[in-house]
Design a protein around this ligand. Sequence first.
Ligand SMILES: [Mg+2]
Length: 123
Amino acid sequence: MNKKPLEVVVVDDEMQIADLLKVFLVCISKNLKISTFNDPEEARAHILQNPVDVLITDFKMPKYDGVQLIKLMPADSTKILISGYVSEITEGQLSELKASFFEKPVSMKDLGILIHKAEAKKK
Ligand SMILES: [Mg+2]
């Protein structure tokens, strides 16, 4: 029996980056339901209304930053913060958020490891 698809949300105000991450995700697994957003406000509404297993979000965006979106996620979900500005996020912040951090450009291999872990965890 097939498992239910993993619900993945990708948020980046730069459309090309969100699209590229989606291409990576499609290559990583066939059993993902991927929603991409360039507007963090739309992503916020989606997160509040849908069961999301994995959030991959840019840090720096207008209106809501990635940390604010991560705080909306359920405790047992997979949270991944991505940024081109490593120095702005402290180790303390990341461990408090229970989030993983990837510097841009995101490695597909590293992303794959976290997606496969999230798939294994999903009932
Ligand atoms: Mg940005």
